[in-house]
Write a new protein. Structure first.
Length: 210
């Protein structure tokens, strides 16, 4: 297959590593981190604008590397080819490998904030954001296997120490992202058929199409 992929730059390293070994040709465009911070309406408008730029005669499907992201990926319409979106509330699910693992860890660790290579390299407003959220008390670094050295782990440890927060490193799992770029779209992905529009799913599916 020939695929067009739009993704948040937070997953840059992971997506590039997996796309390099995908059996399909994938043309990738990364969008700036933080679209979910501008509100779901503006995020939706931004995503709609980039989706409209695709020459769909050249591709078999369009992939959107975002979670639900506060509703920013709802009300998007597939045009003439399928639109594929992971069923995830946000990108942390991508790094932990499944909705269930994310949910289990999140509820077992109230007050946790996550760090990955992308959040350290590209989350330039992250520290300002943390200052506004006093309920955090733990930093967890998710090691996904794309790290060249221990720089990212040490940066997370340092930040945790500066804030006197608990620190933990967990092993990431790129299974979900691998299936995404390999075209192995099981029940963990929403496949929006031409003419359908994305919407909230008030269930564990997270996002659906109508």
């Amino acid at each position: 297959m020939k695929l067009k992929l739009f993704a948040c730059e937070i997953i840059f390293r992971e997506i590039c590593a997996l796309a390099a070994i995908s059996p399909h040709r994938i043309d990738i465009e990364f969008l700036p981190k933080g679209l979910h911070d501008i509100g779901k309406k503006k995020m939706r408008e931004r995503l709609t604008a980039v989706l409209d730029t695709v020459d769909e005669t050249q591709y078999d499907a369009v992939l959107l590397g975002y979670g639900l992201c506060s509703g920013g990926t709802t009300n998007l319409t597939a045009r003439t080819i399928p639109l594929v979106i992971p069923r995830a509330h946000d990108c942390i699910t991508f790094f932990l490998g499944s909705r269930k693992r994310y949910e289990d860890y999140f509820f077992a660790n109230p007050g946790v904030y996550f760090k990955t290579t992308g959040w350290i390299e590209r989350g330039d407003k992250d520290s300002q954001y943390l200052e506004m959220m006093p309920f955090y008390n733990k930093l967890t670094f998710i090691e996904t296997g794309v790290e060249a050295n221990d720089f990212f782990e040490r940066a997370t440890q340092q930040l945790a120490g500066e804030r006197n927060w608990e620190y933990e490193k967990v092993q990431g799992d790129l299974t979900l992202l691998r299936r995404f770029v390999f075209g192995d779209w099981n029940e963990d992905f929403l496949i929006v058929q031409p003419g359908q529009t994305t919407q909230f799913a008030y269930s564990e599916d997270i996002i659906s199409a109508k």
